[in-house]
Ligand binder design. Sequence first.
Ligand code: THG
Length: 390
Amino acid sequence: MLAIDPLDWTIVQSSLHTARMHRITLSPRVRMTPFHASVVKAGVSDITVYNKMVLPTSYGDLQAEYDRLINGVAMWDVSVERQVEISGPDAHACTQYLTARDLSSMVEGQGKYVAICDHAGRILNDPVLMKLSGNRYWLSIADNDMLLWCKAIAAERGFDVVVTEPDVSPLAIQGPKAEDLLAELFGQHIRKLKYFWFEETELDGIPLVLCRSGWSKQGGFELFLQDGSRGNDLWEAVSSAGEKYAIGPGAPNHVERVESGLLSFGGDNTPDSNPFEVGMGRYVDTDTDVEYIGKAALVDVVASGGPERLFVGVEVGAELTEAWPLPERTPIMVGAEQVGTLSAIVHSHRLDRTIGLAQIKRTVVEANATVVVQTPSGPAAATITTLPFI
Ligand code: THG
């Protein structure tokens, strides 16, 4: 007998049903993106809201969108990855104080994946940090009110900086053919850009920052549009140049990101998680002289032998047909004890098996225990694996 209440999945399914049967009410509170007209023309079928802005999530054919990402090239409106710009004489000091990673060696034109924590070491965001110059940084943020946090910390600490949200909206070009396409548009030299490194450039007079980045492991770049009035021009320029590569619209892909083990901040973690518990330990510097918010707490986590939970994969012994993200985290059990939470469960097309993402107690992971997770067909046994799956 699997000791888990099957009612849990009924609740999940009613949430999924709710999402399918209801329309989203828009208002000026929910911002449109600079690519909105193009996205509608491209046939967007599903959207969500992220950083108080519309995030397109599908154009009606998830399988085609996945195939395009794995084998070709896709363009995603990820304007919702808003920038928090920190500029001024204390920009470096302020950005460093906000960031749980030693930035001393960072140079202009470089980006880094970083964790921002609160004073108890709980992760608040997992931005891509970009150093535009010695006194100007962008935090390219996940879904959370980082503008408020950064403004408050800067003011309370008396840093001589200005903290703003600039008119910058990324368009991700992802997939194995992204580099060929963008080399044609921007020059062969972009092939040499290292991961998260970037350059300021333009296309037909549209001001951009081109960065090797994006929320997939299929390779690609993001074009950070720096003039919101030119969004549809940029979309049109990229899609017409991309025709010969069969470019098409897409969105951050739920199946690929689970296969790749990419963190969805706010979804995969509980609100009290530290960076070690979301797989970001290798981006956290505790053995450093630099000071930053949460450092003492994170040093304690390391000193006490490690975090309570780990971010892991699970291989689930059940067939799955649901293709969409879970509307809530479901419990993971060993016997009658809850040992973690499941935040995603998908059918992996490439592995042809059911896989998921989970936060599970470290002792349970280290014991390599078999756990029980919720699936549409009831509780199922699952084994714990390291990430990424592919
Ligand atoms: N684009 C931009 N900003 C963002 C995201 C984005 N901010 C929030 C969120 N997404 C950041 N999340 C990630 C997570 C992982 C990666 C990129 C963005 C990633 N990681 C590589 C990996 O895991 O292999 C490399 C990391 C490394 O080694 O430094 O690509 O999508 N603008």
